[in-house]
Design a protein around this ligand. Structure first.
Ligand code: GLU
Ligand code: MG
Length: 442
């Protein structure tokens, strides 16, 4: 992210021959939205005078209170590298405001900012780095997405087996141009599956970067004749798409999770944060894993977590502590998937961690061994519970988790209601599996 004044932006629009500016925001359910304005309107845009009809946005306001305003965050100014380079297109990520000048409670960016402010009051800066997985599939003759790939590569493989090399390269280059720092990119374990890791940054920029990342991947995949999907589990017998979230708390540039003298070189603060995450992991699951399909990924055997446990390095646990210590000390939460609204997911995770800190919770002992291989009895003996098995169960866990509901604020109820409708629609479908199993036998 840059650091721009109003004058910088007016000058850049002129000098760079920018003809359109996209005013972007994210709706409650994680969908990126934008309205394009012409360069002649930039003054009004910077004054926060561009309006939107909130009642037409999912999860937003009612018809009778529909006027809302977009106030751009100047530091998010970036030119879209994949649009024409004459008559360029820039974007500004915006906050949504009510006509009375107050921030809109249902704006996910505002929800995250509110939580970050609470952390700041306690003296903490919340840093996040994310590992984003996705599939690149082929399209059919009519250009519609399929779940097919001719790519035969696996983990860390390279061309010619890897058919997504060009797309990954273009995404990495485009994002770097936009000020998003990429740490690594590689082929993932399933055929057609890829991962790009974003360097850690403050949580607001991290969430903005994820929204930018998803747009870049979808757009550049299409340019390469492929279709990108972040669907959590598109194929039953292959790994799903995770979004591992690496979290740490900083103070005056110092990583507070690191303690040279602590057990495993982790500070008491890091332990309390882990305990908070474990305490609320069921409660925030409907946010980190927001769609019906999310729960088909959280099954044993594909490096996705299903149990509430933490571990030094075991990839079957919900929380892992990757090896680096010092500045790089972090807690890796492995449950989130790329379908989530990152603003809400980060707000919920931070609130959960901070709850552990303020209540000085102690985490259970780190889990040893492969959790996937444990029997129900072995898990019960160790007091290890599971993550919710469906969106329905996750919503029930969320509605009874005061910390998560408070993190979302007044719009928690609207989020849950929207997701409940999605669940009900799914619940009443008759699937091929049911027909195959019951038509003849019943
Ligand atoms: N794709 C796995 C998941 O669903 C994660 C693989 C990895 O460890 O990167 O979370
Ligand atoms: Mg991965």
């Amino acid at each position: 992210m840059g650091s721009y004044s109003r004058e910088d932006i007016l000058r850049l629009v002129e000098e760079e021959d920018i003809q359109f500016i996209r005013m972007q925001f994210t709706d409650l359910f994680g969908q990126l939205k934008n309205v394009a304005i012409t360069a002649s309107q930039i003054g009004r845009a910077l004054n926060g005078e561009i309006m939107l009809d909130g009642s037409s946005i999912q999860g937003s306001v009612r018809v009778e209170e529909s006027d809302q305003y977009l106030r751009p965050d100047l530091n998010t100014f970036a030119i879209l590298p994949w649009r024409p380079q004459y008559g360029k297109v820039a974007r500004l990520i915006c906050d949504i405001y009510n006509p009375d000048g107050t921030p809109f409670d249902g704006d996910p960016r505002n929800i995250l900012k509110r939580t970050l402010k609470k952390a700041e009051e306690l003296g903490y800066a919340f840093h996040v780095g994310s590992e984003l997985e996705f599939f690149l599939f082929q399209t059919d003759e009519e250009g519609r997405p399929t779940a097919k790939t001719s790519d035969e590569a696996g983990y860390f493989d390279l061309g010619p087996l890897d058919h997504g090399e060009s797309t990954r390269r273009e995404v990495a280059l485009a994002l770097e141009k936009m000020g998003v720092e990429i740490e690594a990119s590689h082929h993932e374990s399933a055929a057609g599956q890829h991962e790009i890791d974003l360097k850690y940054t403050d949580a607001l920029a991290a969430a903005d970067n994820i929204m930018t990342f998803k747009l870049a991947v979808k757009t550049l995949a299409q340019k390469n004749g492929l279709y990108a999907t972040f669907m959590p589990k598109p194929l039953r017998d292959a790994a799903g798409n995770g979004m591992h979230v690496n979290m740490s708390l900083f103070q005056d540039g110092r990583n507070l999770f690191y303690d040279e003298t602590g057990e495993r070189k982790l500070s008491p603060l890091a332990r309390q944060f882990i305990a908070g995450l474990l305490e609320h992991a069921r409660g925030f699951c409907a946010l980190t894993n927001p769609v019906v399909n999310s729960y088909k990924r959280l099954v044993p055997g594909y490096e996705a977590p299903c149990y509430l446990a933490w571990s030094e390095s075991n990839r079957s646990a919900l929380i892992r502590i990757p090896d680096p210590r010092g500045r790089g000390t972090r807690v890796e939460l492995r449950s989130p998937d790329t379908a989530c609204n990152p603003y809400l997911a980060f707000a919920a995770c931070l609130s959960a961690g901070l709850d552990g800190v303020t209540r000085e919770l102690t985490p259970p002992p780190a889990a040893a061994g492969n959790l996937y291989a444990m029997t129900a009895e072995e898990l019960a003996e160790r007091n290890i519970r599971g993550l919710p098995a469906s969106l329905d169960a996750a919503l029930r866990a969320m509605e009874t988790d005061g910390v998560v509901m408070e993190a979302l604020g007044p719009y928690a109820i609207r989020y849950a209601a929207g997701k409940r409708r999605e669940w009900e629609e799914y619940r009443t479908q008759i699937s091929q599996w049911e027909l195959d199993n019951y038509l003849a036998s019943c």
